[in-house]
Design a binder for this molecule. Structure first.
Ligand code: B4P
Length: 213
């Protein structure tokens, strides 16, 4: 019995205690991208936005970008294999990071399960999932405003925006329950000024994660 214990701890050394891995979760337009900018600066994390990564591929007209564009323009999600492949590469090439801020990922249960496995391989895990709560009327207002300046083809069309909200409810909302079952989910009010919301997010991270260390 003692030998088994020793072997287990030799093969499975402790998790990286100092890493901080955060998921920003919520519907399209809730402010994930906006708040990510604040949090990565505050905690020194590597920012992983699957939306930004896909838009870079689109700008470069890569085969992946062309496939992604046709789906994103209709309000659909990009296939899990593509997105998981992108994340896996970034985790590997940032193995010395202080932690990661996942923005817009995972968006489906298979993506969440793959992320958990990838982090486990790197002897780390998700510390906290911050679910940004914004009512639908406010979301629509923000998206209309963003469409005026973003140049994003998926922002311009109200039908596409509606589709994205439907896809969110059907495919992405279950991800919240996945992390709720692991006691990682925290709901945060996403209405008010950008600074007020950042302060709320930081307060929750500090309370839940840093005091637990
Ligand atoms: P994303 O790029 O993730 O975009 P988003 O969900 O629309 O926006 P976000 O929540 O970041 O809102 P933002 O801060 O901009 O995804 C785009 C598409 O890529 C998806 O539809 C999908 O097709 C594809 N995709 C991405 N990840 C994928 C994945 N994992 N799997 C499959 N497909 C994937 O805020 C919105 C607006 O509100 C901004 O204009 C901002 O200025 C404003 N705002 C923010 N906070 C505010 C506040 N407090 N008050 C007033 N306005 C505010």
């Amino acid at each position: 019995m003692l030998n088994q214990y020793v072997v287990y701890h030799y093969i499975c050394p402790k998790k990286h205690e100092t890493m901080l891995n955060v998921i920003l979760f919520g519907p399209p337009g809730c402010g994930k991208g906006t708040q990510s900018e604040k949090l990565i600066g505050h905690y020194g994390l590597v920012h992983i936005s699957t939306g930004d990564l896909l838009r870079k591929e689109i700008a470069l007209c890569t085969p992946l970008g062309l496939e992604a564009k046709s789906l994103m323009d209709k309000g659909h999600l990009v296939p899990d294999e593509i997105v998981i492949g992108m994340i896996s590469g970034i985790l590997t090439s940032n193995s010395k990071a202080k932690g990661f801020l996942f923005d817009g990922f995972p968006r489906t249960i298979p993506q969440a399960e793959s992320l958990d496995k990838l982090l486990d391989l790197n002897r780390t895990e998700i510390d906290i999932v911050l679910s940004i709560q914004v009512n639908e009327e406010e979301l629509i207002k923000r998206m209309i405003k963003r469409a005026e300046t973003s140049g994003r083809s998926d922002d311009a069309n109200p039908e596409v925006q509606k589709k994205r909200q439907e896809v969110y409810k059907r495919e992405t909302l279950p991800v919240a329950n996945h992390y709720k079952a692991k006691e990682k989910l925290e709901l945060v009010d996403g209405e008010g000024s950008i600074e007020e919301i950042s302060a709320r997010l930081i307060k929750v991270i500090d309370r839940v994660v840093l005091t637990a260390q």
